[in-house]
Write a new protein. Structure first.
Lengths: 186, 824
C-alpha cells in the first residue's frame, strides 16, 4: 500500500513542478556528461521498424540502455527523481521519443507529411527500456526518417534505425550533424 | 630512382590486395563457413603459441612507480613528484620511451577538445547548457598537466617532447634487453569537476553542504605499453578507448586534509598515523567479519563533513603487480568492510570495502560490500582466486562506473525524494526510497567494475585496441553473476533479454564485425559489450555446454593472468582446451556481420517401402483412396440407383474390370525377385528390419536465413503430445551453410517441430521456426495484450500530454542571430 501511495505522491509532485516554470539549475550540467558508465560505452539507441504480417501493422520499437534513458530524461526535464523503473519516467521517455523520431513520406527529394505514429508506451526489459509506436496505414514505398533521440543530451549519441519492410533490412545511422535520411523500400 | 620507387609501391599494393583476400571462391557463390581461421590469425611465434598460450620467450615490460602527491583542497588541484623505474624485458633496444599524459585530454588545444563535434538541428544550431557550462569552466580553469621537470636519477634534465596526451623521453643511453632506467617527473594539474567537464576522475561537488568527493584516475604520468604485437601503444587518448598498461609495483604517499578518509589501490601501510584507535579496532574486527562492519559510521561521517581543517595527513599505500593506481578522498565518507575468504591464491583473505557519502544511503551499506564479495566468488570460479589483498567500491558519482586495480568508482544513489507540500503528514526530509532499477543498477555496476579487476586489470588485454576483450568478456561474467545474485534479476528470462536485443542489432546492414578496432567501431555499445557477451552466453549454454566452456575459459584466464593476451590467444585457447573446433563460431560472430536466423522450411513424412508387391500394392491402393476421393458424379449416380452399362451388359467386362491398376502381376513379382537378388545380404536385412520396425521417416528442411551458422535446438512433439528435445550441432551446415536437410526416424508420427524453443541461439526471427508454422506474437503485441499495464500507461501519457501543453521543454540555451551568417 505504502508503495502505491508513494508513487502517486511523487507523480503529483512532478505535475506541480512541470506546470510551474522553474529556473535552469546546475542540473543542466548533466547535459554534456560523458558516459563513464560501464567504462566507455557510447550512448546509442536501436530502433526497429517492422511489418507484422499477422496484423498488417508496422511496429516500431526503440531500444535504449536504461541508464542512457534515465540520465537523458533527467537532463531534459531537469528532474533528478525520474527513473525508468517508474511509470512516469517511462512515459516521459516515450513522449520525448515521440517528439524526436519522425518517419515522413518523400519522393526522394522533398519531405512530405510525417506518418501518424501511435505512441503505445514503454516497458523495461533487463538493462534496456523499450518504447513502442505503431502505424496502421499504408506504408509509403519511400520514406525520410529523422531520429534525434538523446542527441540534444549526448553529443556522442549514435542512433540506429533498422527498417525491415519488404525483402531486406535497411539500416540508417544518425550521428554528428546529420538530419534526414531517405530510403526506398522497394 | 623514381621509377624504382613506383615499381616497389605497385608491387606492395598488388601484394596487399592479394594477401587481403588470398582465398576466394571464384566460381559459384559457395561460402565455407567452416574454413579454418589459421590463415587469418597471426602466425604463432616464440611469444604466442599456436595453442593460444604464452610462448617460451613471452615477455612484457615492467614499470615501478613511486609517487608523493598532495591534494590542495583550496583550489582543487594536485601536485606530485614521482619516480619511475622502467625495465626493458623486450629483445629490442630502446632509445626513447613514451609516457601517457591522460589529463592532457582536457587541456586547451588537445585533440580531444578541438575535434569535439556539436549538435545541429533542422530548427537551427543548438548550444546545450552543458556545453556552455563546460566551455565556461575551461575558460576559467586551465586543465591538463603542468610538467615541471623531467630528470634522470642524478637530477639531470632529460629531453622530453609532449605530443598531445603522450610524452616522449629521449634516453641518454640506449636501453638494452634486461636493462633498467630510472627517472623522475614533477607535475601538477587542476582537477576537473567531473559533472561539468565529463571524464573518468575529478571531483564531485555537493552544493547543499559545500562538500567534495575527490576521485583521481588517469591522474599521473605513466608508461605507455611496449608490446610484441604492436610496438609502442601510443595512440592518443580521445576519451573513448581506454588503457594499454604495464604491470609494476607502486608506493604512493597521498597527503590530504587531516579529516579525510582515503581509499586507494593497494594496502594502507600506516594505519596508526592516519586512523584513530577506535577506527583501527573496528578495521581489525572487520578483518574477521562475514558481514559488512562500519569503520566510519554514518553518524560519524555526518559529523565529520560539517567542518573542515587545514591540517594534513599522509596516507601511504603499497600495491604490487598492478597495472594502474587510483584513489579517492573525502571527509564525507562512510566506510564499511568485510572479509572474503578463498583458497589456492596468493591471498587467503581479501578485505572487501566500500566508501560512500550520506547521499548514497541506505542503498550502499545494504548492497555495496556484499556485491563486491559476490563478484569475487563468481569471477574466481570462472578464472583464478582474486589476486590482490583488497577490493573496494567507492561511490564517487551519481551514475556510471570505472575500474582500477583493487578500487572501483561506482554510481547510483537513491533518488532524492521531494515530499508533497500539500500533504501535512509528509516528512519534510528526503525518505531515501530507491527503485528496483536503482538497486539492480547499483549491484550490476559494482559487479561490472569489480569484475574488471580480473579482466583487464589482471588478464591484461589491450583496451585501446580490443575493447570487446575486456568489456565483452566482463559483461558476460556480469550477466552470469547477476543471475546468481537473485532470480529474475533485471527480469532476465532464459537468456532471452540479452540475446533478443543483440539479435535485432545483428540484422543491421551497416554494422561492422567485432574484430574491427575500437576507434573505428561505429556502434560501440553493441560491438564492445553486448554482442561478444551474447556470443559467450551462446557458447557456454548451447555450443559447448557448461562443463567444456567453463574449463576452457578458466584455462584462458589462468594462462594469461598478469600477461597480455590478444584476440587470437583467446580464440585459440578456447578451442585448444575445449577440444571443439570453434573457427566457424569466431568467423561468424567476430569476423562477420551475419546474424542468426534459422528456419524450418519443410517436412516430408515417409514409411520404408518393403518393395514387396503383395504388401505394397494394397497399401498404395489404400493411400490413393485416402488421398483422392471418389468422383462426386459417380457417388451420386450410385445413390440415384443408376445402373451402368457394364452392369447391364456383363459381356462388356474383361480383365480390367476385375483388376485395377494396383493388382499384382507376374511382372511385379519378377521385378521384386530381381530386386531382392540384386541386394547384398546386409541391405536385404536392413529392408526386412525396417518392415518389422514400421517407423516413420522424415526429411526436415532447414534454412540458414541469417547466414551465421548455428546449432539447431529442436523440440519434436508427436501425435500423442510427447515432447523430445534434440540439439543438432552447427556442423550440420558444413557442406552447405545456407540449407540442410535432416533425416529423422521416429516410431510415432510427428505432429510438430519447433526450432530454438528455449530462445538460446540469438535467432532474430521466430516466425519461421515452426512446422507447421505458427504465429508468434510480436513483442509489441504482447505489450498491447497486457491490458492493465497498457491502460495505466495510456492514462499517464494523456496526463503528461495535458501538463506539457504550453510548456517550454527545450533544453537548449536561447540563441539570437548576430553578425556573420552563412549557410543555414
Amino acid at each position: 500500500m505504502a508503495r502505491t501511495h508513494r508513487a502517486r505522491y511523487r507523480w503529483n509532485d512532478l505535475v506541480t513542478r512541470l506546470v510551474t516554470k522553474h529556473k535552469l539549475v546546475v542540473g543542466i550540467a548533466m547535459l554534456c556528461i560523458a558516459m563513464p558508465s560501464f567504462a566507455d560505452r557510447q550512448p546509442g539507441s536501436l530502433s526497429t521498424v517492422k511489418i507484422n504480417v499477422a496484423t498488417g501493422n508496422v511496429e516500431i520499437i526503440h531500444r535504449l540502455h536504461n541508464h542512457d534513458a534515465e540520465l537523458g530524461i533527467i537532463a531534459i526535464l531537469k528532474d533528478h527523481s525520474l527513473t525508468m523503473d517508474q511509470l512516469v519516467g517511462r512515459a516521459q521517455l516515450a513522449l520525448y521519443i515521440e517528439d524526436r523520431f519522425t518517419i515522413a513520406v518523400t519522393d526522394g527529394d522533398e519531405i512530405g507529411a510525417p506518418l501518424d505514429l501511435e505512441l503505445l508506451g514503454a516497458e523495461l526489459d533487463g538493462e534496456f527500456v523499450l518504447v513502442y509506436q505503431e502505424f496502421s496505414g499504408t506504408f509509403p514505398a519511400m520514406v525520410a526518417v529523422r531520429n534525434d533521440i538523446l542527441r540534444d543530451v549526448f553529443p556522442e549519441q549514435v542512433n540506429h534505425v533498422n527498417i525491415a519492410i519488404g525483402g531486406s533490412v535497411r539500416s540508417l545511422t544518425f550521428k554528428d550533424r546529420d538530419r534526414w535520411h531517405r530510403t526506398s523500400l522497394e | 630512382m623514381r621509377s624504382q620507387i613506383l615499381t616497389v609501391a605497385v608491387t606492395l599494393l598488388t601484394a596487399t590486395t592479394v594477401s587481403a583476400d588470398a582465398i576466394r571462391q571464384t566460381k559459384s557463390d559457395h561460402y565455407d563457413a567452416f574454413r579454418q581461421l589459421d590463415v587469418d590469425l597471426p602466425t604463432p611465434n616464440v611469444y604466442r603459441t599456436a595453442s593460444g598460450a604464452p610462448g617460451t620467450q613471452y615477455w612484457q615490460q615492467r614499470a615501478d612507480h613511486q609517487i608523493r602527491v598532495t591534494l590542495n583542497e583550496g583550489n582543487q588541484s594536485i601536485s606530485a613528484s614521482q619516480t619511475i623505474q622502467y625495465t626493458n624485458n623486450s629483445p629490442d633496444t630502446l632509445r626513447y620511451i613514451w609516457i601517457q599524459l591522460d589529463q592532457n585530454r582536457f587541456a586547451e588545444g588537445s585533440i580531444a577538445r578541438t575535434t569535439a563535434t556539436t549538435v545541429a538541428s533542422e530548427d537551427g544550431d543548438v548550444l546545450t547548457y552543458g556545453t556552455l557550462a563546460a566551455e565556461q569552466r575551461h575558460a576559467d580553469v586551465a586543465h591538463g598537466f603542468s610538467i615541471d621537470g623531467v630528470t634522470d636519477s642524478r637530477g639531470r634534465d632529460l629531453k622530453h617532447t609532449i605530443v598531445d596526451t603522450m610524452m616522449r623521453i629521449d634516453l641518454p643511453q640506449p636501453l638494452r634487453n634486461g636493462q633498467r632506467t630510472s627517472f623522475s617527473i614533477d607535475w601538477s594539474f587542476n582537477i576537473i569537476e567531473e559533472a561539468i567537464i565529463g571524464g573518468r576522475g575529478g571531483y564531485d561537488y555537493f552544493p547543499e553542504n559545500d562538500t567534495y568527493i575527490y576521485f583521481l584516475a588517469q591522474w599521473f604520468p605513466k608508461l605507455a605499453a611496449y608490446t610484441d604485437y604492436g610496438g609502442w601503444k601510443h595512440q592518443q587518448f580521445l576519451g573513448r578507448g581506454e588503457f594499454t598498461q604495464e604491470f609494476g609495483n607502486y608506493t604512493v604517499e597521498i597527503t590530504v586534509p587531516a579529516d579525510h578518509i582515503v581509499s586507494a589501490t593497494g594496502e594502507l601501510q600506516n594505519e596508526s598515523a592516519v586512523l584513530s584507535s577506535e577506527q583501527r579496532r573496528r578495521l581489525n574486527a572487520a578483518r574477521s567479519s562475514d558481514k559488512p562492519m562500519f569503520i566510519v559510521t554514518p553518524e560519524e561521517a555526518t559529523e565529520n563533513e560539517k567542518e573542515g581543517t587545514t591540517d594534513t595527513r599522509t596516507w601511504i599505500f603499497k600495491a604490487d603487480n598492478v597495472r594502474d593506481f587510483a584513489w579517492s578522498s573525502s571527509r564525507k565518507f562512510i566506510w564499511d568492510a568485510m572479509i572474503h575468504r578463498q583458497e589456492g591464491g596468493d591471498f587467503d583473505e581479501v578485505l572487501a570495502m566500500s566508501f560512500y557519502p550520506q547521499e548514497a544511503e541506505p542503498m550502499w551499506s545494504q548492497y555495496s560490500t556484499h556485491s563486491v564479495v559476490h563478484t569475487l566468488e563468481v569471477y574466481s570460479r570462472f578464472s583464478f582466486p582474486y589476486p590482490y589483498p583488497t577490493a573496494q567500491s567507492v561511490n564517487t558519482w551519481k551514475g556510471g562506473g570505472m575500474e582500477y586495480p583493487m578500487i572501483t568508482f561506482n554510481g547510483r544513489r537513491p533518488e532524492p525524494f521531494e515530499p508533497d507540500e500539500d500533504d501535512p503528514d509528509a516528512d519534510s526530509k528526503p525518505d531515501r526510497t530507491y527503485s528496483r532499477a536503482a538497486k539492480h543498477g547499483l549491484i550490476g555496476v559494482i559487479i561490472h567494475e569489480i569484475g574488471h579487476i580480473y579482466f583487464p586489470m589482471t588478464v591484461n588485454t589491450d583496451e585501446r585496441q580490443w575493447t570487446w576483450m575486456d568489456e565483452g568478456v566482463n559483461s558476460f561474467l556480469q550477466y552470469v553473476a547477476e543471475l546468481e545474485w537473485e532470480e529474475n534479476f533485471h527480469n532476465h528470462r532464459e537468456n532471452y533479454s540479452i540475446l533478443e536485443h543483440i539479435a535485432e542489432y545483428m540484422t543491421s546492414e551497416n554494422q561492422v564485425p567485432i574484430m574491427t578496432q575500437s576507434d573505428s567501431i561505429l556502434q560501440f555499445g553493441p560491438n564492445g559489450y553486448t554482442k561478444p557477451a551474447a556470443s559467450f552466453v551462446v557458447l557456454r549454454e548451447t555450443v559447448l555446454g557448461r562443463e567444456l566452456f567453463d574449463f576452457a575459459f578458466r584455462e584462458y584466464a589462468q594462462r594469461w593472468k598478469f600477461k597480455r593476451p590478444t584476440p587470437s590467444d583467446l580464440f585459440r585457447t578456447l578451442e585448444d582446451a575445449s577440444g571443439v573446433d570453434l573457427d566457424w563460431f569466431w568467423r561468424g560472430w567476430y569476423y562477420s556481420t551475419d546474424h542468426v536466423d534459422i528456419a524450418v522450411t519443410g517436412m516430408r513424412e515417409y514409411k520404408v517401402s518393403t518393395a514387396n508387391p503383395e504388401i505394397e500394392l494394397d497399401l498404395n491402393r489404400q493411400e490413393r483412396a485416402d488421398e483422392i476421393p471418389e468422383t462426386l458424379g459417380q457417388i451420386r449416380n450410385r445413390e440415384e440407383g443408376r445402373v451402368t452399362r457394364a452392369e447391364r451388359f456383363p459381356e462388356l467386362e474383361d480383365f480390367y474390370n476385375e483388376n485395377d491398376e494396383y493388382a499384382i502381376t507376374n511382372a511385379d513379382r519378377n521385378a521384386y525377385t530381381t530386386l531382392l537378388e540384386g541386394l547384398e545380404d546386409w541391405e536385404r536385412a536392413a529392408l526386412e528390419r525396417a518392415a518389422v520396425d514400421d517407423d516413420f521417416v522424415y526429411f526436415v528442411d532447414f534454412k540458414n536465413v541469417g547466414g551465421l551458422v548455428s546449432p539447431l535446438p529442436l523440440l519434436i512433439t508427436d501425435v500423442d503430445g510427447n515432447e523430445e528435445f534434440m540439439m543438432i550441432p552447427a556442423e550440420i551446415w558444413r557442406l552447405n551453410s545456407l540449407a540442410a536437410t535432416k533425416l529423422l526416424i521416429r516410431d510415432k508420427p510427428i505432429a510438430s517441430i519447433r526450432l530454438d524453443p528455449r530462445r538460446e541461439t540469438a535467432d532474430a526471427d521466430f516466425s519461421n521456426n515452426s512446422y507447421p508454422s505458427r504465429i508468434e506474437k510480436s513483442r509489441l503485441e504482447l505489450f498491447k495484450q497486457e491490458d492493465e499495464t497498457r491502460d495505466m500507461m495510456s492514462d499517464m501519457l494523456r496526463t503528461l500530454r495535458e501538463a506539457k501543453d504550453g510548456q517550454d521543454a527545450s533544453s537548449a540555451v536561447p540563441l539570437e542571430r548576430s553578425g556573420n551568417q552563412a549557410g543555414n
